[in-house]
Design a protein around this ligand. Structure first.
Ligand SMILES: [Zn+2]
Ligand SMILES: [Zn+2]
Length: 280
């Protein structure tokens, strides 16, 4: 059995014509988990062959705008393309309910237009938010999702998720520096999906706004060290700052390989990685 990972969006806050905002699709059996919902997420989800009505749950790692800027699109488009409309499950850190409440306020006019125009659309979209702290677990069919603490300070709280399915474990770290919470979540997992920045390049950009991002993201090497400590078989890097040109990224791979001896995956949007248990 395998867990399928699709990097829907490998970009960052910086708009990129080839890279959507941060979002990763994790598919295990019949369960489709959307981890973060950045810019263009539904376009990329469509390219992966899925619509928003097929999402089992949205998992938010933190409340930075680039990781959730298209959550409103997921809410609306799921609502109008589901027959019947089913609640959208959102797991996120404390503060998520407030964000969703305000998104619903933003959407109020649209919701009322559509309810008045479509006879069979009688109720507004329903979003079930659960605010998560480390140690919580959730079951979706035969898939278990476990929440762990990450460190993206001063953005807090931030969380990571571990998805376990039939003996295969995949961790979605989100934005974080190396930390004990992430190490704990990764223990015994088969793959780690980690956002990363090229600290060596960013450090040379003479712009304070860029210098500021150095202290709350993992460098490629740090993400690789976390993977090595955990003993995972596969490291998947995403959220490339600065982004590499389409089809390239060998320099990122080489840097990661200085710290991690397993399989290294990275690429362009829609890059797909199949993870099986190392124990098999
Ligand atoms: Zn962030
Ligand atoms: Zn980010």
């Amino acid at each position: 059995m395998a867990i399928e990972i699709t990097l829907l969006g490998t970009g960052s806050p910086l708009p990129d014509p080839l890279r959507a905002g941060p979002s990763t699709l994790v598919q295990a059996g019949q369960v489709n988990l959307l981890v973060d919902a950045g810019r263009g997420v539904l376009m990329r989800l469509a390219a992966a062959g899925l619509g928003p009505s097929e999402i089992t749950a949205v998992l938010l790692t933190h409340l930075h705008s680039d990781h959730l800027t298209d959550l409103n699109d997921v809410i609306t488009t799921r609502w109008i393309t589901s027959f019947p409309a089913t609640p959208l499950i959102v797991l996120g850190p404390p503060g998520t309910a407030n964000v969703v409440d305000h998104l619903m306020s933003m959407l109020r006019a649209d919701i009322s237009y559509r309810i008045h125009h479509h006879d069979d659309l009688t109720d507004p979209p329903v979003v079930h938010v659960t605010e998560c702290v480390a140690g919580m677990t959730f079951e979706f069919e035969d898939v278990t999702v476990t929440v762990g603490e990450t460190d993206h300070k001063p953005v807090e709280p931030s969380i990571g998720f571990r998805v376990d399915y039939e003996g295969v474990g995949v961790v979605l770290a989100g934005d974080t520096v190396p930390c004990e919470g992430l190490d704990n979540l990764c223990a015994g997992a088969d793959a780690l999906v980690h956002t990363a920045i090229r600290s060596d390049i960013v450090a040379m950009i003479p712009l304070q706004r860029m210098q500021d991002i150095l202290d709350y993201h993992s460098s490629v090497e740090q993400a690789a060290q976390t993977a090595q400590r955990a003993g995972v078989g596969t490291l998947v890097l995403t959220h490339y700052v600065p982004a590499f040109a389409a089809g390239e990224g060998q320099d990122w791979r080489d840097l990661a390989a200085t710290e991690f001896g397993g399989r290294i995956e990275l690429g362009d949007d829609l890059h797909r990685v199949s993870v099986t248990s190392a124990a098999v």
